[in-house]
Ligand binder design. Structure first.
Ligand code: PXP
Length: 239
């Protein structure tokens, strides 16, 4: 089965917030992304609500018909929101409150107790869990140990090396993905994936369940339009 494309709509909220009104409308755009073929909608609310607001997440819950994925640092407010909304998937990310964008995966060994408790609570509420990790095999093993359903591989190091040496860039991801599958983990990936590097990644990572893509996809849509862009990304995943 082809890898599913989940569109991260955070950038739409950033644009809306620049003028304070409701243009562009995050809820409408999420519905349109689904209409254009996206198989999931991702949001990443942050404590300062500088892009997606907590209210957006509640509004999106009413309309998203595909897989709804809520990423974030699992503080009290995040957990309360996620347990209320009950999305398809909660992706736990270790980003500190002020960070510009997620820039590292979990140390799943150091955070074993915390992650185990959170994952149990989420799963008891019927929510699939994914935890954001790098390709360090110890962190992949830790993700299996804490009982997560999935991991999301942090692909920035792949993206930044892709143009200079794609073989070298993909190698640790191939290894981490194989290890994850052996341990019974399902597999997502995200961060800095784009129209250039996506196909090679998906072709080389067997059984990649989902990619979540925001920044590049929204930038591309300025040139190609949202509908064409989503179709172009889906084509990268259809081989
Ligand atoms: N996955 C996680 C955990 C993220 O924090 C982000 C950015 O919000 C993404 C994926 C998507 O990254 P990008 O916007 O670079 O496509």
């Amino acid at each position: 089965m082809a890898t599913r494309l989940s569109v991260n709509v955070n950038k739409i909220a950033t644009l809306r917030n620049a003028r304070g009104g409701s243009n562009p409308n995050v809820v409408q755009i999420a519905q349109d992304c689904e209409r254009y073929g996206a198989q999931g909608i991702t949001v990443h609310p942050r404590p300062d609500e500088r892009h997606i607001r907590y209210q957006d997440v509640l509004d999106l819950k009413e309309v998203v018909k595909t897989e709804f994925n809520i990423e974030g640092y699992p503080d009290e407010r995040y957990m309360e929101l996620v347990l209320k909304v009950k999305p398809t998937q909660a992706t736990l990310v270790p980003d500190p409150p002020g960070v510009l964008t997620s820039n590292a995966g979990w140390d799943t060994i150091k955070n074993e107790l915390l992650l185990t408790e959170l994952i149990q609570e989420l799963q008891a509420n019927g929510i699939r869990t994914s935890i954001f990790v790098d390709t360090n095999l110890k962190n992949v093993e830790g993700a299996a140990k804490v009982g997560s359903n999935r991991i999301e591989l942090y692909t920035e190091p792949y993206a930044s090396q892709f143009h200079s040496n794609k073989g070298q860039a993909i190698a640790p991801f191939v290894e981490a993905a194989k290890h994850a599958k052996k341990l019974g983990l399902d597999l997502n990936a995200g961060h800095d994936l784009d129209l250039y590097n996506l196909k090679y990644f998906a072709q080389n990572i067997a059984d990649l369940d989902e990619v979540s893509i925001g920044h590049a996809l929204i930038c591309d849509s300025l040139y190609y339009g949202l509908e064409n862009t989503i179709q172009m990304y889906l084509q990268q995943l259809a081989f």
